[in-house]
Design a protein around this ligand. Sequence first.
Ligand code: GLU
Length: 274
Amino acid sequence: MKKFKYFSMFVMSLLLALILVGCGSKPLSKQDVLQNAKDANTISWGVKADTKLMGLIDVKDGQEKGFEIDMARALTKKILGKNGKAKFVTVTSQSRIPLLKNGNIDAIMATMTITPERQKVIDFSNSYFDAGQSILVKDGSPVKRVQDLNNRTIIGVVGSNSVENVKKYAPKARVLQLQDYAQALVALKSGQGDALTTDNVILAGMAVENPGYRVQGKAFTTEPYGIGINKDQPEFKHALNKAIKEVEADGTYNRLIKKWFGNVPGFNYREVLR
Ligand code: GLU
């Protein structure tokens, strides 16, 4: 009986030791994201699932498709070597920063503008795409430019900076915020607002699929997209910036721009070549 008591005490202390070792694993802020990615031979990217041309999950085959998906794959190979794996996790404009901060993803590549507010909480790579905010309207709409939205309703998405920007350009507009771009488009099509606002490239992707809707007027902001990463990851940031330079230098970047935007009405791909 005594033997059993000692044995169970031994098992208990072993368990306790294991738990303590587990708790001792480094907090996220102390981890080296690049080293972890190398160890796993994988980078986890937060990407959009409802943004045609940039990040879309194709319902037909369940595959991720778009410029950002191809870029993430190309950057992964530059950083980890040709057998490196890119894992994709779906994010929305609202969920992307929390998912990064919780460690669910290593990097955000999801139409995210580098802004001073966001730089307070996360870090960014150099810009990898130059977008600009615009509006999508139905053909024949009296809304010709963003200022025409004063005293009208504009649709946007929670967590995007577009809904903040529009307050500057049309301060008297009512802003209806939806959870994601798929829902925002449904709201526009069902007449819940007079226009949908976000970046020109996202709107161009919607216009391709929805005859009768158009991107109206020129972009009224500049939206440089950056890869969002956690703070205090200098090696990872350096690796990403180096990889971006490499894909630009070896022609991959412009090839992908032409692949995704070469034939999109209302979007001049020449302006975003590098
Ligand atoms: N680029 C803007 C932003 O970062 C709008 C696109 C989006 O919602 O992802 O908020």
